[in-house]
Design a protein around this ligand. Sequence first.
Ligand code: GBH
Length: 439
Amino acid sequence: MPEQRFPDEFVWGAATSAYQIEGAAGEDGRGVSVWDTFCAVPGNVKDGDTGAVAADHYHRHGEDLDLMASLGLRGYRFSIAWPRVQPDGAGKPEQRGLDFYRRLVDGLRERGIAPMATLFHWDLPQALQDAGGWENRDTAARFADYAAIVFDALDIRDWLTVNEPKTVVECGHRWGIHAPGVQDDAKAFVVLHHLLLGHGLAAQALHQAHPGRRIGPALNLHPSYAADPSPAAAKMAWHQDGLENRLYLDPIFTGAYPEDTLAWIGERSPMPERVLDGDLAVISEPIDVLGVQYYTPRFVDGEGNRVQKYPTAQLDWLEVYPRGLYDTLMRLKSDYPEVPIVITENGVPAPDEVGPDGRVADPGRVAFLRDHLTAVRDALAEGVPVEGYYVWSLLDNFEWAEGYSARFGIVHVDYATQRRTPKDSALWYRDLITTGLLP
Ligand code: GBH
């Protein structure tokens, strides 16, 4: 592959989410979210960590904006905490919450950094959970109301609806390892349908009120491969592909759930009966951008078990396989209608610490980013319309059930002092942004 520059207009970004960085959990009228509740239960989160303070970004966003500018970022993806805007998930907006995001967006604009906002990165208002959460169809309607409030309040072109609906379904409702801690397949797939319905209703609301803006989902895709050449492994890899990828892509792009996956779901959940006439038309509201989040592949054997083929990073779910990102992008191009694609997350954790010389050496992350960006560049060369790349994450942050033990940032955060130190990967990324050339 000859050396090849990224396009001049390529959006080099970094991503975060509200609960993982903001802290200030009790301030300016913010309501309680399901993650506040989940973290309060001993055993749910490593070391009893919570997002109550996190990286204190709510108070330090001015400093963080300067940090973004110093790295030369062209884009910043953040999420809006629904409980800051509607503390109980419904009704009149809390102006102080909206004002925080207005200040953030103004600060980005002043620095020439394009904002991309996620409407829902898992921090559902607890009051809505008490009424059934995403299992309750009404939550999708509440979500569209909330979306309409922030669409009007914030001058942002690019929006993402739901971050990783699959993680909410699986970690939140099948395995119980994320909020709200439910372990029930019957409920989980009903939740899936309502998350997609909420996505579609929000997309419709944006298109009606603000033509010219763009919206789409942020899907975590896991390319699924047979771990061996047996027909049984090929069959299980296709089944896994249904659960990981087609279950989300097909309804959004084609207006139909994949039949094989829907049949499997129907054996464990009343979900198929909860799909009402007209729902799939809402869910397949045309999207303007597809957020793709890629971390790791799935290799499965003939029993459907996951097989690890490549070395893992600090967290053992993250098997490092850059080729999976290339395959994912090429698959989108061959199997689905063309829409602009943005890599809304990609990154890797390490137990980074500041060295005696004040540096944070994270060579593993530099290699990870280089190899995955090579995959992006190769897909671009094949004509996949990738507009930008947002590294996960700008800052070390609250890594959900792992608490603060896993650091995904390109900028180190010393939680005792809240001091920020750009890691070597951040300086590497800054240089890449300047040249557009992968070293
Ligand atoms: C994304 O989740 C999130 O959007 C982001 O908030 C998060 O910080 C980032 O990635 C890094 O994790 O898979 O059963 O072994 C990625 C989805 C869900 C993958 C939880 C790891 C761990 C449990 N993650 N999962 S399991």
